[in-house]
Structure formats: C-alpha cells, structure tokens
Design a protein around this ligand. Structure first.
Ligand code: SAH
Ligand code: SF4
Ligand code: F3S
Length: 478
C-alpha cells in the first residue's frame, strides 16, 4: 500500500538520536474532543497486552482512555467493536505472537467490516513492521506508537468515522505526559511509572529506539500518585523504569533514585518494589535505603545478561562480571534475606563455549531465585544485528537448555529454604488452578498457593509452607 498524506511514520534512525534538552512536563495535553465524547457508547473494546510491565501500565492508561470515551471492556475479541493490541518488539518471537493473533483476527474483520483493529506499543515504532502491516495485514486500520497514547481519542474518532487507515507514530519523544486517565487492573497492587525510555543502548536491545530517551517524572508527581494509591487502599506499588537507577538524572536531581525510594517508603504503603535496576550505577545509597526501610521488599531484579566480561563489553553493559559479583556480594551482605532474579541471554553473536561456561559460573555464584533466559534475537537497527555470528541456532538452543536446567535447580533450591517456615503473603485471590486454594506473594516475591479461610485479595495472611515446588510454594494459613 502506498504511503498516504497525513500519516506519521516511525524511523528507528531518528529514534536513536539523543538531545540534552530537558523534557517538558505536560499536564494539560490529554483531552477528548466534544465530537468524540460518546464515541464508545453501546460499544465494547478488547485490549490485549504483550511484553513488559511498561506495556502493562500503558494498557491501564489505554483502558482509562477507552472508558473515558464510554467504551465498555470485554474479554472476548469476538464481541468487540474495537480491538487494541499493545505490542512488544523485544525478540522476534514476541513479534510473531502478535502477527499470529492478527492473522486470526482477519476473519472477524471480514464478518464485521465496522470492527476497528488497532496496533500500538513497541512494534508500532519499527518501520519494517509498519511495512508488514500495510502489505500483509490490511485489516489493521489504526496504528499509533508509545509516545502518543494521549492522542487515542482523536485517532480512534478518525478511524471510526472515516474507516480510512490512520497511522500516527512519533519517533521523537517529547514530553512527560501527566494526568492521563487510568483503570488499574489490580485492586491492591499498582504499577507506578517513575521514568520513561532508556539511554543505555545495550547493543542487542530495541527498547531505546521504541521508548525514546530517558525522561523522569517530577518527584512530587510520583509521590502524589503513591499517596493517592495508599488512600485508595493499595498495599503494594512497584516503581517502574527500564533502568530505575537513572531516575532524576535528566532533571539534574541530586541523589536521584535513592532519594525517591526513601520518600516513597515514608509514605507508608506496606510493600514497595521497583524494577528494573541495571547493575551499573546501583549506588551504595540505594542499598542503604533498601536495607533501612522494612517496607522496601528484599527482592531485586538484577539482569546479568552474560557471565563473560568480553561478551558484556560487546553487549555494551558497562560492567565486568567481577563488578557484578562485587555488587551482588555488597547487596547480600547489607540486605537480610535478599532474593534475586535476573535476565540472561545465550547465543550472543560469536559466543564461545568457554564464554557460555562463564554464564553457567555466574549462575552457580549467585544461585538466583529466578532467572528469565532467552536466546539472542537480532533486532533490526541495533548494533548487534550487524555483528557476524558463527553460532548455529542448534547450539544456542542446547545452551539455553543447559542453562535452564541450572537456573531451575537453583530456583528450587532457594525455595527449599522456605519449607516449614511461616511467611507473610499478600493475597492476590484464588489460585488460578483451584478455587479452594488462594494465592499470593511473599516479600521476596515467591508465589504461594495456600489453603485458607475467609481470605480475600489484598489481605496479608501468615502462611506455613508445607511443600516446595520449583515455581511455587504450598502452604496453609496459620
Ligand atoms: N531494562 C531492562 C531490560 C528490559 S528487556 C534491563 O536492562 O534490565 C528484558 C530482557 O529481555 C533483557 O534484560 C534481556 O535479557 C532480554 N532481551 C533484550 N533484548 C533482547 C534480544 N535482542 N534478544 C534476546 N533477549 C533480549
Ligand atoms: Fe535494553 Fe539495556 Fe535499556 Fe535494558 S538497559 S532496556 S537491556 S538498552
Ligand atoms: Fe517489549 Fe517494549 Fe517492554 S519492546 S519488553 S514492551 S519496552
């Protein structure tokens, strides 16, 4: 399909550029044009989210906007008048999932020509994906990006009234946009964005291109949101950023994340979490604050990516494996019973067997409570995608399997420590598999399934652990 006038198309090249100009904080940018105020009356929307917590939180905003337009949510795409897929571009298989789903939706569009299918999130930010959508997925009529969620009312109004394709993707992030509507998907836990974007440019990663430069929210806006959540009865918040350690740098804020974390803890919400913290720039002040406040949870997601310093260098991770170990040691000796999770990539271009062995070694050293492991996936536009790669896929798959055996072993081993212990669980509700059983999480983020009485989501319950599995703990209320 030919490019149409009026479309704003993404460019990864443009998205790569960083300026030192401080971002504007925009508090009045969101509005619903009069003609769109009742756009969703009598209509239903179906929203599906892929990818990380940043996308989960964005979907809560999308839901907020849709409901402000009078749409009601539905659980089944077949029933929907508007379908939105909030997509992830982190690996090829993440994109394939979305394209697979889009293929399925073709039939619905045929049956109901008024149906609007929209794509947003990180895939929208890639020009190659836009081409694919235009040539092979013509039933997609609305495409917008990660920087203009606030434009959804007007964009949707245009599609629904004209049924002409609308594409609006900005490559340059501008503002930090406050005061967007939100529907929280959980009743007692909430995500709180503290910053957007990423400036780390790890050589394999697409996020700095799809999410733009690092932009911090004002500390007072974050604290106000947390106070409101507490007043609304939320018991747990997770401070979100691709790299929370960098919080406040763009604002010239001294003390940055450590200061924010302490201020948030003092508001007194029962559980405070944060993610993700990059091993680089994890300051002593941060460790102090986490150790000092009981309501900051002893659980740290600390992605290592590789156990080999040469690979880490090629990845642009800015730390050696010795520095990672030192940080790990410092955290474990200062924070009691701290649990760790991590992310690991196998099969980075030209990774040798010996280098992979170093990755197994770091897993032996840290004995992670949980590890998210991935086969390297080349992302167009990133520096690593241009690197020659002599590692066959079969070798990568075999390495992943060996790595998983090891990480699963330690996950189970760490869980064994809980056998017979009494832990405090924040209840999420009934276990997904069995409605006689409740489930929730410990302070260290372990999933606990337990037998209890008159328990509801949002309760704190003391649970004795009676059995231990790799992915969960079993117990009974005491
Ligand atoms: N900001 C976070 C990571 C977000 S992406 C951090 O730096 O810790 C989540 C994880 O996806 C990464 O930690 C990495 O392990 C994995 N990942 C990112 N790009 C990838 C790629 N091209 N191939 C395979 N895994 C990738
Ligand atoms: Fe990607 Fe690295 Fe930024 Fe994490 S820190 S989002 S891995 S570029
Ligand atoms: Fe995916 Fe975008 Fe998150 S690429 S992991 S949804 S920032």
């Amino acid at each position: 399909m030919k490019k149409q006038p009026g479309w704003a198309l993404p460019s990864l090249k443009e998205a790569q550029v960083r300026t030192h100009k401080q971002s504007q904080i925009e508090k009045g940018l969101f509005e619903i044009p009069t003609e769109a105020k009742l756009l969703g009356q009598g209509k239903r929307y179906y929203l599906r989210t892929y990818g990380c917590q940043a996308n989960q939180r964005d979907s809560e905003t999308l839901a907020g906007i849709m409901e402000a337009l009078c749409f009601t949510p539905c659980e089944d795409a077949e029933q929907a008048d508007v379908i939105l897929l909030n997509t992830c571009a982190i690996r090829k298989n993440a994109e394939d999932k979305v394209l697979g789903e889009l293929g399925q939706l073709k039939r619905l569009k045929k049956e109901n020509p008024d149906l609007v299918i929209g794509i947003c999130g990180c895939m929208s930010q890639e020009e190659a994906i836009i081409d694919t959508l235009l040539t092979h997925y013509r039933h997609v009529e609305l495409i917008f990006g990660t920087h203009n969620l606030h434009r959804l009312p007007i964009l949707l109004y245009q599609v629904m009234t004209t049924h002409k394709k609308v594409i609006e993707v900005y490559s340059k992030e501008g503002e930090v946009i406050e005061n967007l509507p939100v529907i929280r998907f959980d009743s007692h836990k909430a995500w709180v964005n503290i910053m957007y974007g990423c400036d780390k440019f790890c050589t394999y990663c697409i996020v700095p291109y799809t999410r733009g430069k690092e932009r911090s929210r004002m500390m007072e806006d974050i604290l106000e949101e947390v106070r409101t959540l507490k007043a609304q009865g939320f018991h747990e918040i997770t401070l979100l950023g691709q790299n929370v350690n960098a919080y406040g740098k763009d604002l010239g804020l001294a003390g940055g994340f450590a200061k924010l974390l302490a201020e948030v803890a003092q508001i007194g919400i029962a559980r405070v979490r944060f993610m993700t913290s990059h091993p680089w720039d994890f300051t002593d002040e941060m460790i102090d604050v986490i150790a000092r406040y009981d309501n900051i949870m002893p659980f740290i997601h600390l992605p290592v990516q590789s156990g080999d310093s040469d690979i880490l260098k090629l990845m642009g991770r800015r730390y050696t494996i010795e520095e990672y170990k030192k940080l790990y040691d410092k955290i474990t000796s200062n924070i009691k019973n701290c649990a760790f999770s991590t992310d690991i990539i196998v099969g980075f271009p030209n990774e040798s067997e010996a280098q992979f062995q170093h990755t197994l070694d770091i897993v032996d050293y840290c004995k992670f409570d949980n590890a998210f492991t991935f086969i390297y996936s080349p992302r167009e536009g990133t520096p690593a995608a241009k690197m020659a790669d002599n590692v066959p896929l079969a070798v990568k798959q075999e390495r992943l399997q060996r790595l998983n055996e090891k990480t699963n072993y330690y996950t189970h081993m760490q869980n064994e420590k809980y056998r017979g212990k009494i832990v405090t669980v924040l209840v999420d509700g009934f276990s997904k598999k069995n409605d006689q059983v409740y489930s929730g999480h410990t302070d260290t983020n372990k999933l606990v399934n337990f037998i209890g009485k008159d328990v509801k989501a949002g309760d704190f319950v003391e649970v004795e652990i009676t059995d231990v599995k790799t992915w969960s703990l079993d117990g009974k209320q005491v």
